[in-house]
Ligand binder design. Structure first.
Ligand code: XUL
Ligand code: CO
Length: 438
């Protein structure tokens, strides 16, 4: 059976194509430096937004027209798998991602849920034998069901902690079976509503205990994928413990978990934390902790996680700048944790949206690579910090200076000369590169 009848296999047609169902900039085989676009970008389709999301929002019912809408239960789950692999193939997607509850319905008990999961994982495993699409990561949804009302690993209720552990145990087994490159922890309800009823110290200690158990179990079953923490400051909780990369890193270091984790950085989570996307990528990169990316964008006028497909070329360029400087994403990828707008309810919109995101990151890759190749920012920055290459600056860097020698250096200095940072010139330069790269 065909689910997306109107969609052909999406081909690269170049920047002047007028075909909505074609790539204009993403040309998977095109070499950018030492790698192809496909190798650099490692695009992934998010199962939940593409095959599970029905358009429901806090004010309105589901409205998405989907070829599987008439089905229920396991029949629905199976149809979605069939549709998913048709979609991956037509889009030429190298990866996908899912939560446990996205792929199979929950039963009355975890035993029943796991049975459903096993049946669907069997089916996915079969499809993966002939499909090029691999599993970038899976994760456990520990935020939707009412049992997680007070959190999962940070719940005040030890039975919920145990239930969460059992879910992640199963998730790691599925990850191992399907050859997942990573395993993600997004603590949607690992935070608090009010400090009046919260033992923050115990909750964070428990979260660390939980992560150590996950590390141990992965070792035990021989799952070699990368563990990723996905920071988000708020929503659904008022305060989430994995607030941003810096907060997450302090947590990992405090509990000796940093050797086992990297970060999965989501653009819209960065902006909710009051940072730019590139800021979060930079903090992770300079600390050797950049693992993967949830590629989306927020809306500057809305204060929540709108999960839009990324089309802002400034943002994709600056993101790809960090990723290239990182030497690529390793086992990570660019996962479209993005949903079509509620008004884009036709099945074909799923293709149009992914094409928009893939083309936008392809532009970002090409422009960022050219910026790096031309040493534009590197030369500027090297010159800006040149005072550390000689004299007192060199002594500071070499650890030869102390407060006394530094005082001596400035005590009789009459004037300190600074130079302009030329921010506007650099922003214009970025525009120039964006407009001339193709
Ligand atoms: C929620 C979010 C999640 C994670 C996986 O904001 O980003 O979908 O990516 O649980
Ligand atoms: Co995400």
């Amino acid at each position: 059976m065909t689910y997306f009848e109107s969609a052909p296999k999406i081909q690269y047609e170049g920047p002047t194509s007028k075909n909505a169902l074609a790539f204009k900039f993403y040309n998977p085989e095109e070499k950018i430096g030492d790698r192809t676009m496909e190798e650099w970008l490692r695009f992934s389709v998010a199962y939940w937004h593409t095959f599970t999301y029905d358009g429901t929002d806090p004010f309105g019912h589901g409205n998405m027209i989907r070829p599987w809408n008439h089905l229920k239960g396991m029949d629905l789950a199976k149809a979605r798998v069939e549709a998913a692999f048709e979609f991956f193939d037509k889009l030429n997607a190298p990866f996908f991602c899912f939560h446990d509850v996205d792929i199979a319905p929950e039963g009355e008990t975890l035993r029943e849920t796991n049975k459903n999961l096993d049946e669907i994982v069997d089916m996915i495993e079969d499809y993966m034998k002939t499909s090029k699409t691999k599993l970038l990561w899976n994760t456990a949804n520990m935020f939707s069901h009412p049992r997680f009302v007070h959190g999962a690993a940070t719940s005040c209720n030890a039975d919920v902690f145990a239930f969460s552990a059992a879910k992640v145990k199963k998730g790691l087994e599925v990850a191992k079976r399907l050859g997942a490159e990573n395993y993600v922890f997004w603590g949607g309800r690992e935070g608090y509503e009010s400090l009046l009823n919260t033992d923050m110290g115990l909750e964070q200690d428990n979260l660390a205990r939980f992560f150590h158990m996950a590390v141990e179990y992965a070792k035990e079953i021989g799952f070699a994928g990368q563990f990723l923490i996905e920071p988000k400051p708020k929503e659904p909780t008022k305060h989430q413990y994995d607030f941003d990369v810096a907060t997450g890193l302090a947590f990992l270091k405090k509990y000796d978990l940093d050797p086992y984790f990297k970060f999965n950085i989501e653009a819209n989570h960065a902006t909710l934390a009051g940072h730019t996307f590139e800021h979060e990528l930079r903090v992770a990169r300079i600390n050797g902790m950049l693992g993967s990316v949830d590629a989306n964008q927020g809306d500057p006028l809305l204060g929540w996680d709108t999960d839009e497909f990324p089309t802002d070329l400034n943002a994709t360029t600056l993101a790809m700048y960090e990723i290239i400087k990182n030497g690529g994403l390793g086992k990570g990828g660019l996962n479209f944790d993005a949903k079509v707008r509620r008004g884009s309810f036709e099945p074909e919109d799923l293709f149009r949206a992914h094409i928009a995101g893939m083309d936008s990151f392809a532009v970002g890759l090409k422009v960022a690579h050219k910026l790096i190749e031309d040493h534009v920012l590197d030369d500027f920055i090297a010159n800006r910090y040149r005072s550390y290459n000689e004299g007192i600056g060199k002594e500071i860097i070499q650890g030869k200076a102390d407060f006394k020698t530094l005082e001596e250096h400035v005590l009789d200095m009459r004037e300190i000369k600074n130079e302009s940072g030329h921010v506007e010139e650099l922003r214009a330069l970025l525009n120039q590169y964006l407009l001339t790269a193709f």
